[in-house]
Design a protein around this ligand. Sequence first.
Ligand code: UD1
Length: 419
Amino acid sequence: MDRILIRGGRSLRGTVAISGAKNATLPALAASLLTDEPLLLTHVPHLRDVTTMLELLGQHGASITVDEQLGVEIACTRISNTTAPYDLVRTMRASILVMGPLVARCGDARISLPGGCAIGSRPVNLHLAGLEAMGAEIQLTSGYIHVKAKRLHGARIVFDLVTVTGTENLMMAAALADGRTILENAACEPEVTDLALCLNNMGARIHGAGTSTITIDGVERLHGTHHDILPDRIETATFLIAAAMTHGDITLTHTSPYLLESPIAKLRQTGMIINEQEESLHTCPKSEGRLRAINIQTCPYPGFPTDLQAQMMALISIADGSGAVTETIFENRFMHVSELQRLGADISLQGNTALIRGVPHLHGAPVMATDLRASASLVLAGLAAEGETLISRVYHIDRGYERIEEKLMALGADIQRLS
Ligand code: UD1
């Protein structure tokens, strides 16, 4: 099992290109099931979750080709199998995204129940309630969700709480349903908007994506298109935090500050200097002193993203003063706390809030990655720590960060992967 070894203390300097967003790529890939024509996606990041989704599409009957510019073309001319098996779904919860498209196109989907995961129980009840409201019949048997519908029909669906993949699943299902579907309290995440853009380019009629009310007028069929995946806002912010924690001076290209208004505002509160351009960001160290500790609370977009909570906690760990991090989206998303403590962070937990007293320095130690974003926080802490940090179970990080050690190495970090 691969590990990452970091010798901390080096300032990051240089330029790094941000990859396409994982959380926009996965639903766009699932959308290929809605049409018998090829869908070409560009800026697809090379990630383990993307490979898993491609494997899943392959076993539904998709033919997949990758061109020289790493564009991925998926052609679901015929769907040969509507089952998403346990072996794939258990490694990636986002596999649930094939459910809406399969039912809408084939009238049938059998999806293994995703089950628990490291950051809480994460049910899919809202996805199911939405499909039921659209006329689907749902049975749970032998660990599988079986969804059937001759043809889905439009419905007004009010989500109890904001769900990103739930919004995406129902938006895809509604694109081929009979009549109008209205999603209320829908997720406003940029990745939802990116999916709506892709679907509209395929012939769907979706309005209001990016707001909490999305209206979808179902159409008879969708066609192929070319869609360029939007930049990964979580990767962008992770590199900004890496620069902040190492007094770095870096430029991030192929990204957009407009995707990151809340994280950028929070990072500026720490005293960090961030210069915005249309498609790039530059950060350099503040002239003197340590960064200031701040408080954050995770919220659905446009609030502070839960996917940056762990990385921000790593930063506050070495800031001046005390800060609090409150997690409101997921239960049990504090697995990184005990690992950051191993590196010398002073953190105590009170319910869903972590209280952090900044320390002047972290010290390298062996640590274990527990989930995707937790692993990123350990890499950041390792970059800032004195001495050597050895991170095990880095397969978690490969799910969501493209060539992270290569990108950091190019910025001057002393980091290597041990196979
Ligand atoms: C997506 C992102 C993930 C991010 C999360 C929150 C993808 C592939 N993943 O995950 O990176 O951390 O949004 O921004 O885009 N819930 C229910 N019932 C449901 C669905 C969700 O109770 O049917 C709850 C979840 O347990 C959680 C909250 O709603 O507490 C938000 O989850 P959700 O937005 O659905 O997360 P994902 O879409 O899985």
